[in-house]
Design a protein around this ligand. Structure first.
Ligand code: GCU
Length: 345
């Protein structure tokens, strides 16, 4: 842990000291006039997101390699997601991957995709996120904050997992300290389900579980294996409360400084990130589930999801009341929910 923190501090220092050069469009080493494009994320190098960003690096350098040198920084090397969003806002780095959860504190419109039980099925989720009439107005809404969302990434379905309390009903959550992402929607969801919300950054969850500061967390299956949470948490319960996308965001000034030809190439690159990440995702989740079950000894539980959903549903009306502009987008998502309903369990 200490080594990782040191590495993070060094990388952050590197970014900050190079920031001036980056803004002036200079490369890191003398004689190399290429502009360095820094992309940060918080996943490991095995994760679909990292694999997809390496494909982006290769693609951009194959097309514009005489001008740009793309560097991908995994594992929170450039800071926590919150810190990376701020570095992207100021232009100290060019891109980062942030969970949609965090973005609601930068633009209220992002609240929509954080609602529990918004999407009826993975198919409805994917169809909605692929529909630009749904994502467009939301993705553009952070431009005033200094960044633009350029594509989305799959982060599966979020479910509860705990050190030693199997969650089979809503009542089982009562009084448990559950780590949630740092967003008002997630804190409210946890309150409604009776648990005690403990917001913190992703990188702190493992130690907090291990030292019993929290009783559990909620995430997709990859967190069990890739982040080691399954070494500590032995029950993973498919209550299916959220499908929250990850979003690749880019600094406005950088994106606006591209010529239209370059921007077209970058847009192709963003589409490639989405495609590669989603292809890799399906197998990665299957492998994670298999490893968690067979190597880490995690038990998977399949509770009746209806009572969890009923406890959270008032949040939909409340959000639409607060943000009436989002009603047409919400309705468009409901149309996909009808087209792709939940599978009967
Ligand atoms: C997922 C998601 C990340 C997020 C993390 C979290 O892993 O892909 O973007 O940071 O959950 O719970 O914080």
């Amino acid at each position: 842990m200490k080594v990782r923190k040191k590495m993070r501090a060094c990388a952050l220092l590197l970014v900050l000291t190079l920031a001036a050069g980056l803004m002036a469009g200079c490369g890191a080493s003398s004689g190399d006039n290429r502009q360095i494009i820094r992309i940060g994320h918080n996943q490991s190098t095995n994760h679909p997101t990292h694999i997809a960003l390496l494909a982006f690096e290769e693609f951009i350098e194959s097309k514009l390699g005489d001008k740009y040198n793309v560097e991908v920084f995994p594992s929170e090397l450039l800071g926590s997601q919150n810190e990376m969003v701020q570095l992207t806002q100021t232009g100290a780095i060019n891109f980062c991957v942030a969970s949609n959860s965090l973005l609601e504190t930068f633009s209220e419109n992002y609240t929509l995709f954080n609602l529990p039980y918004l999407f009826a099925s993975s198919e409805a989720y994917h169809a909605s996120m692929d529909d630009e009439s749904i994502t467009g107005p939301i993705f553009e809404s952070t431009r005033q904050a200094g960044f633009e969302a350029v594509t989305w990434l799959d982060a599966g379905t979020r479910n509860f997992y705990t050190v030693n309390t199997p969650i089979e009903t809503v009542a089982d959550l009562k009084g448990l300290k559950i780590r949630v992402q740092q967003s008002p929607t997630n804190v409210e969801m946890m309150d409604r389900l009776g648990g005690s919300a403990t917001p913190m950054g992703f990188g702190e969850v493992y130690t907090s579980l291990q030292s019993h500061i929290i009783d559990g967390a909620e995430n997709n299956e990859m967190a069990l294996t890739d982040n080691g949470h399954g070494d500590v948490c032995k029950y993973y319960s498919y209550d299916m409360h959220q499908m929250i996308p990850d979003i690749l965001i880019g600094n406005n000034d950088f994106l606006e400084g591209l010529s239209s030809e370059e921007r077209a190439i970058f847009d192709e690159g963003f589409a490639l990130v989405n495609q590669v990440q989603r292809e890799e995702w399906v197998e990665a989740v299957e492998n994670a589930k298999d490893r968690a079950q067979n190597e880490q000894g995690v038990t998977f539980l399949y509770p009746d999801t209806e009572p969890f959903k009923e406890a959270c549903l008032p949040m939909h009306e409340q959000m639409l009341g607060n943000y009436p502009d989002l009603v047409p987008i919400y309705d468009a998502i409901q149309a996909y929910n009808q087209q792709y309903p939940a599978e009967e369990s």
